[in-house]
Design a binder for this molecule. Structure first.
Ligand code: ADP
Ligand code: MG
Ligand code: MG
Length: 202
């Protein structure tokens, strides 16, 4: 039997939509400090459109193809193509199946991460969503049990660790040293992505 089912993955996305909608003003407030004040609306609108377009996918690749394409095409801003690529790669790596083992799911998440890096050319420490995503996946792989809880905790610590950093990628990098002293909006939404995953898999 599969550890991670198609239904749980649909639940993950629905929970992520709910969290970014609930935290929309907060995410936009974070982006107003070091960006252009649209991260909350980008994510809430993008995930809202995703859930409207989802239909009833038969396989995991079909599910994430819709998610990824919708985000890439409907969200103007760095986060649309980056989150979109993340989900597209998860889907192509998972394949035309309706369930995954935890190891297969981890491999799919890693492929998603590789897509974000290929597209955005950022590294850990650049004050981006990678500062939550990379530690989350490392914690997932290191966990002896309940990897979703370890991943959520690590994503949250990674988000918090962005506060003192100077941004080296994205709009926040235009501020130079003035980007320090604020949480990164994208790392904050990525922590919500893992909060949603923990809720779906628990
Ligand atoms: P935009 O900056 O285009 O308005 P958003 O506000 O929706 O887009 O998203 C901003 C977030 O995108 C940042 O907080 C950061 O986490 C993430 N980001 C920006 N550029 C990159 C990049 N090159 N690689 C990874 N993440 C990035
Ligand atoms: Mg922005
Ligand atoms: Mg923008």
């Amino acid at each position: 039997v599969a550890d991670v089912t198609l239904a749980q993955l649909v639940d993950w996305l629905g929970r992520f939509r709910d969290l970014v909608t609930e935290k929309q003003s907060y995410l936009t407030e974070l982006d107003s400090a070091i960006g252009d004040a649209d991260h909350g609306s980008n994510m809430a609108r993008g995930m809202g459109t995703v859930m409207e377009k989802l239909g009833t996918p038969a396989t995991i690749d079909e599910l994430f193809k819709t998610v990824g394409m919708t985000l890439v095409t409907s969200v103007g801003g760095a986060s649309g193509p980056l989150y979109g690529t993340f989900f597209l790669r998860i889907g192509t790596t998972a394949g035309a199946v309706s369930g995954l083992t935890y190891a297969e799911f981890s491999a799919a998440l890693r492929a998603g991460l590789a897509g974000v890096i290929a597209r955005g050319k950022a590294e850990v420490g650049d004050k981006t969503m990678l500062d939550a995503l990379v530690p989350a996946l490392d914690a997932w792989d290191a966990a002896a049990s309940a990897p979703w809880d370890a991943a959520f905790a690590a994503a949250s610590s990674g988000r918090d660790a962005t506060e003192p950093l100077v941004a080296r990628k994205g709009r926040a990098s235009y501020l130079g040293d003035r980007s320090a002293g604020h949480l990164d909006p994208g790392a904050t939404s990525t922590a919500l992505l893992f909060e949603a995953l923990a809720g779906a898999l628990a």
